[in-house]
Every structure is written in C-alpha cells, then in structure tokens.
Design a protein around this ligand. Structure first.
Ligand code: ZN
Length: 405
C-alpha cells in the first residue's frame, strides 16, 4: 500500500498527485505508463494528474534518445520534473577522498568534484573541506544556491537514528560525531545522512546496473560487507535503519567471534580483515581489499583463491537473502566487487546451489556500474527521492531529520 489513507475525494486526489511526483522523483525521466506502473494508479488518473502538473510547470516534456531508438512505432511521450525547480547536492566522505556532486530534478548530473584526503582525516576537517568544495562546485556551474533543495551525505560507517556515527573501524575520527547537524550548519541547508550500502543501492537503481528493476539488492564488498535493499522501488531501511547488515549473517554458529559479538559472521570469512589474515603467510603484510584485487588480476594464485572463497561464502548469505526478499537483481559493488568473474562466478554458483530454485532463478547477479562514484551519486539520489515537492511548483525544503533524537 502506498500513500496515506484518503479521507475524502480531495485528499485522495492530493495523495495520488503526491504519488505521481514521487514516481518522477524516483524514475527521473518517465512515460505516463511507467508512472502508472510505479504508482499502481490507472493510466487515465495518471494522465489527468500529469496534465495538471504540466499546466502548473511542475513537469516538462523530455526526449531521451535511447528510448526513441528502441522498438517500433511512436516512442512514448516522456516527462520529467522541471529541472529548474531545484537541485540535489551530494557529498561523499571516503576513507581517502572527498567528493561533491550536483544534479537537477530530472536526474541529470550537472557536475562533480573530487579531492584526495590523507588517511583517517578528522570529521571536522573533512566537513570544512566539503563545504569549500560545495561552494566551488556551485560557483563553477553557475548554479543558484537558493535552489538547492537538500544535501545527501555518505559516510562509510554506521549512522544511528540519532544522526550520530557509531564506533567505526573505517573512519575512526568520526565516531561519536553528529555530521548531519554539523554539515547542515556549515552549509545552511537541510542535510540527510545515508549509509554507504544504502547510497550505493540508490545510485545503482537510479543511474547504474539496477536501473529498470524495482527489487534490487546492492552488495557493498569492501572493508566490511553491507547490503542496501530496494523493494518496490523504495529503499528498505527497517525499523531502526539497520536493515541490510548482511555481513553479520551467521555462516557458522561455532565460528570465530566477530567484532559485533556474534560468532561466525560472514565478515569473519569474507571481510577485508579475514582475507588479509588468510594471505598473511604469503605476503607477510596486511593487504587491503584493493591490493588483493590488483594482485589477483595480475595472476597471484593465493589472492585469486582468497577472492573465490570469499565469493562462495558471500553466496551463502546471498542465497538466504534471496529466499527472504526474492530480489530481481543483485548489484555487486565496493572495492572487492571490482574483482569481476573471479568473485562473481563462485558467488553465483553458491547462490544457485543454496537458494530455493525459484528464488535462485529469479535473480541476476551483476557487477555495479558506478564504481567508487556509487556513494556520491547515491547521496544525490537520496535528496532526489526525499525532497518534498508535492505542493505545487515551488518546493519546500527537504526535511532534515525524520526521526527523533
Ligand atoms: Zn558480526
């Protein structure tokens, strides 16, 4: 069920209208049929609402060349939200980089900027640099800052409902900080934080390998292992935002104690630390996931074996996920995801052995298309999907925090 319970015809219309706008926020450029499918509304209801939004200047006609070329006959008329109505800004804080990007409401990416950062930089320093980078991007593009609807922000660590960063092995200088509040103050704009796997899921469904499917799981395989789950075209975050912690799925209930306190979690088999320790006898140094992937590509048999075994273990957890969620597509990203067939073939085999046949047959497991841009673009997509713009052409600002502290 989508939307609110309508009390009267007027509010039913209002709620349908909100759904149509929401569909365009999610789909970017779409036909009326796409919108009908996404919302579950009839074609005629969609057409009449689109006509109304068109008259108000909220939506505009669009052409998209790839659609025109496909199939025979007249291409469907495509529409999008009026790009001039507002911008979405994304910021990604990586372990060694900082990046910002700007898109308009029709999902067109207008520009992005990246800078290298030193390892384990402090949160405060990172945010000041990010604010400078945002100013530079907006200046370079000649964009109107007053039209930025909101800012999405990616941090490779657990973000709690309170907006605080939990203890994080990945960005130790960030634990206990409240980046959402701090960044909102620095930019004087509403900010929403998302976790890296959820942002990857949003980015790949909006611009990458998950496009065109509305049940997608994005696997982020890097230092840790996480999943972003999109069901019915919407990110599923669970009751408290914890959904997708696939790295802490039990693989062996008598296995090693994980950093989460449980035993035999997937991360103790296929996380970066586990793989580094597997390879320590061969290399005598701690290899990070990027280095393992590079050496595997160069033909190192130990690294190839470590990646293949990780793929098999990940496949066990993914098979369970397929049984529960029955996704259409699994998009594999993160630095370990760059290993290609070396990782994906054993992963697929493991899934086809262990998932119930119907769930295994429904899913295609594909590499991500966005690489290290996934979190940045996901931060942009977070704003595109969450900005509240149902009420006429001018849009109120995105809600900064939905959950109470
Ligand atoms: Zn665990």
């Amino acid at each position: 069920m989508r939307g609110e319970q309508p009390g009267a015809l007027g509010s039913l219309r209002e709620s349908n209208r909100e759904n149509v706008v929401k569909a365009l926020q999610t789909l970017g450029v779409a036909s009326r049929a796409d919108i009908a499918r996404w919302t579950g509304l009839s074609r005629s209801t969609v057409s009449s609402i689109v006509a109304e939004l068109h008259d108000e200047g909220v939506v505009v006609d669009r052409q998209e060349s790839e659609r025109e070329a496909a199939g025979s006959g007249r291409p469907p008329a495509l529409i999008a939200l009026d790009p001039s109505a507002g911008y979405a800004l994304g910021i990604d804080f990586g372990k060694r980089h900082l990046a910002v990007a700007l898109a308009d409401l029709s999902h067109e990416l207008l520009g992005e900027q990246w800078v290298e950062m030193t390892d384990d930089y402090e949160a405060g320093e990172g945010m000041v640099r990010a604010a400078e980078l945002v100013d530079r991007l907006i200046d370079d593009l000649g964009a109107d800052r007053g039209r930025v609807l909101g800012v999405g922000m990616g941090i490779p660590g657990p973000v709690q409902n309170t907006g605080m960063v939990g203890s994080s092995a990945i960005l130790p200088g960030w634990a206990g900080t409240a980046p959402q509040e701090h960044m909102a103050e620095l930019l004087d704009l509403p900010v929403r934080v998302g976790n890296d796997a959820n942002l990857g899921a949003l980015a790949e469904t909006t611009w990458g390998a998950g496009r065109g499917s509305d049940s997608v799981v994005y696997l982020k395989l890097a230092t840790g292992i996480g999943a972003g789950i999109v069901i019915d075209g919407r990110l599923f975050e669970g009751a408290g935002g914890t959904a997708g912690e696939i790295g802490h799925t039990t693989i062996d209930e008598t296995g090693d104690i994980c950093r989460c306190g449980n035993r035999g979690c997937l991360e103790t088999y296929a996380g970066a630390a586990a793989i580094a320790s597997l390879l320590s006898r061969s290399f005598g140094e701690e290899l990070d996931p990027e280095a393992v992937v590079v050496r595997a590509a160069e033909g190192d048999p130990g690294c190839r074996r470590a990646i293949a075994d990780a793929g098999r273990h990940i496949g066990v957890a993914v098979a369970n996920l397929c049984n529960l969620v029955n996704p259409e597509r699994i998009v594999v990203g993160g630095s370990m995801g760059q290993a290609g067939a070396l990782l994906l073939d054993p992963l697929r085999e493991s899934v086809s052995l262990r998932a119930i046949p119907s769930a295994g047959e429904d899913v295609s497991i594909v590499p991500g298309e966005l690489g290290e841009r996934a979190e940045l673009l996901g931060a942009v997509a977070l704003v595109l999907q969450e900005a509240s713009l149902a009420q006429g052409a001018r849009m109120p600002a995105l809600q900064a925090t939905e959950k109470e502290t």
